[in-house]
Design a protein around this ligand. Structure first.
Ligand code: ZN
Length: 64
């Protein structure tokens, strides 16, 4: 999937949107930025936040 294809789908909730892990400060922070960014149409910020949520490690059983 190319970047333009990804940008084309911003604005609707995608099944591939990474879901923040409950109790994770990193996820909570990124999610708190992503949703307003999506509402404002800031596609790059949305993609960045998705990358953060999907890209940082969680130990098995979660991290507190
Ligand atoms: Zn997290």
């Amino acid at each position: 999937m190319g970047i333009s294809e990804k940008l084309g789908v911003i604005g609707e909730r995608r099944p591939t949107d990474p879901v923040p892990v409950p109790g994770c400060d990193v996820c909570a922070s990124a999610y708190g930025v992503r949703e307003p960014a999506r509402a404002e149409g800031r596609s790059l910020a949305v993609l960045s936040c998705n990358g953060v949520i999907a890209g940082h490690p969680h130990g098995r059983g979660g991290r507190t």
